[in-house]
Structure formats: structure tokens, C-alpha cells
Design a protein around this ligand. Structure first.
Ligand code: FE2
Length: 276
């Protein structure tokens, strides 16, 4: 199952030429659609008649020191119910402090205190929304006051909060490059049974030792290879999303990427079936 991030940038073209993108589901950020009405809402709901929806939030800010914003959660729950979203995922990061939006997804310090704090908030959110939270491994450029490795931090939260994992393969690649670790070893240390969703995207190499996670370029071959490795390791079907947020290309360019993802996905799952 391969999905595409649904964007207003190409919504009209896709509506006119539905066969240009062969996706199995769509993903949106609820924040971008909660207060949308009229023409765009109509277009969006038309797509929902044909495609299951995956919701991928931007402003939950699970790592914030403050209490969760229950007014926002109320609106969010209504949106998830109305659109019958199959999955609600968010970022393992913080984006708000003292209720001020920072407009970025910042890494949470890898500490024992943060594990306890975030796990408590995850449980509050899951209970309120009455659905599991799927948390994404984010890209980061420096770590703050780390007491443990990133992998230990992620695994501790998954264990203590009982949430699920969104494995963004491109983010793992970007982090492994910027922080010099082995991406395959990292993936193998994750609990497979917790992986509920996969993201794939492009990035921008800005220097010999720095990659920026832009979602504005095509996926590069080493990230496809890491995806293939991940599917081999997982040995189970997990929904995969092609994320493209900037520099949106022609739909046939994105279709080529969807096609490539489907090819790898089906090849590995076929092999897995033969082995069983
Ligand atoms: Fe992602």
C-alpha cells in the first residue's frame, strides 16, 4: 500500500486526471484542513470517497513541557472522526513552548526525564483521542544534553508509552549521514512489531557533511536501498507514504516514484510469502 501526501498544489490537476497518480491512500496534515470549507473542502471530501485517509499532524508538540492543548485535541478528534482517518501520526519532537508555536519540529533532549514526560503525554493524548498515536522519528541537526543514544531514547518511549512507530526511512538516512552512524544497524535495533507506517522522501545535500531534510527533491537511490533493506527486515506489509511538500513536480514525476516504491514493496513481500 503506497500513499501520497495530498496537497492543494496538485489537487485540481489530480481531480481532472485521476489516473495520473496511482496511490492507495492519501495523507494530510489535519491542521491544514480543519478550518477549510467551500470549494477546497468539497474537492478534499471527493478524494476521501475514493481513498482511505492517513492523518499526519504538525502541531501536537508531544515533547512540550506544557499540558496538552485540549481545545486543539477536541477539534482534531472531530476531524479524525469525520474523515474516518485510518491512522493518526505525529512527530517525536516539540514545536511549542509556553503555548507559542516555534514553527519547527525540534528534537526532544534524549534524557530519562524526557522519556517519562513524553510517555505520560502520549498516554493522555491516546486516551483523549481514543486511538493509538503513531510517532515519527524526526531528522535533527544537533542533540541537546543527551544522556542516551537516539535509538535508546526512541525505544524507551515506545516501550513506556505503548505508542506505535512511524519509521521515516529518509530521516534515518539523513540522521545517519549527519551524525555518522550506521542506518541499517539503527533500523535493526527498532522493535519491528511497533512499526505501523513508513515515510519516504527526498532531501538536499548542502555540504560534504550536511544533508537537510527538505521533502523538496526526488528520493535518491541510497534511500531506496535503505527502504528495500527495511522491507526485508520487516517482512510484513506496512503502509508507505511518498512525502513531497516543496518543489512539487509534474504528477508523472511523482507517479514514477510511487511506481518505484510499489515495485520494491511488492518484490520483497512476494519473496517473504515464498519463504513462509
Ligand atoms: Fe516523514
Amino acid at each position: 500500500m503506497i500513499g501520497i501526501g495530498y496537497r492543494k498544489d496538485f489537487a485540481e490537476e489530480w481531480e481532472e486526471h485521476p489516473d495520473l497518480l496511482n496511490a492507495d491512500f492519501i495523507e494530510v496534515a489535519p491542521e491544514n484542513w480543519i478550518n477549510v470549507g467551500g470549494y477546497w473542502k468539497k474537492l478534499f471530501y471527493k478524494k476521501l470517497e475514493r481513498y482511505p485517509l492517513f492523518a499526519h499532524g504538525l502541531s501536537l508538540s508531544i515533547g512540550s513541557p506544557d499540558e496538552p492543548d485540549f481545545d486543539f485535541l477536541k477539534q482534531l478528534k472531530r476531524f479524525l472522526d469525520e474523515t474516518e482517518a485510518s491512522v493518526y501520526s505525529e512527530h517525536l519532537s516539540f514545536a511549542k513552548c509556553d503555548n507559542a508555536h516555534l514553527y519547527d519540529l525540534l528534537p526532544i533532549p534524549f534524557t530519562e526525564d524526557a522519556v517519562k514526560h513524553v510517555s505520560r503525554r502520549v498516554k493522555q493524548v491516546q486516551e483523549f483521542l481514543e486511538r493509538p498515536l503513531v510517532l515519527e522519528i524526526v531528522s535533527y541537526y544537533s542533540s541537546l544534553a543527551a544522556e542516551m543514544k537516539e535509538i535508546e531514547f526512541i525505544n524507551a518511549i515506545l516501550q513506556e508509552s505503548d505508542c506505535l512507530l512511524l519509521l521515516d526511512v529518509n530521516n534515518v538516512y539523513v540522521n545517519s549521514f549527519n551524525h555518522q552512524f550506521d542506518a541499517r544497524e539503527f533500523i535493526q535495533q527498532l522493535p519491528k512489531e511497533k512499526v505501523a507506517y513508513i515515510h519516504m522522501a527526498g532531501h538536499l545535500k548542502v555540504d560534504d557533511d550536511l544533508i537537510i531534510d527538505t521533502h523538496g527533491e526526488p528520493i535518491i537511490d541510497p534511500v531506496y536501498e535503505l527502504f528495500e533493506f527495511t522491507m526485508h527486515w520487516l517482512q510484513k506489509p506496512v503502509p508507505v507514504l511518498l512525502e513531497r511538500d516543496f518543489n512539487i513536480p509534474e504528477l508523472n514525476e511523482m507517479q514514477k516514484e510511487i511506481h518505484q516504491l510499489k515495485y520494491i514493496y511488492n518484490k520483497i513481500l512476494e519473496k517473504t510469502k515464498t519463504l513462509c
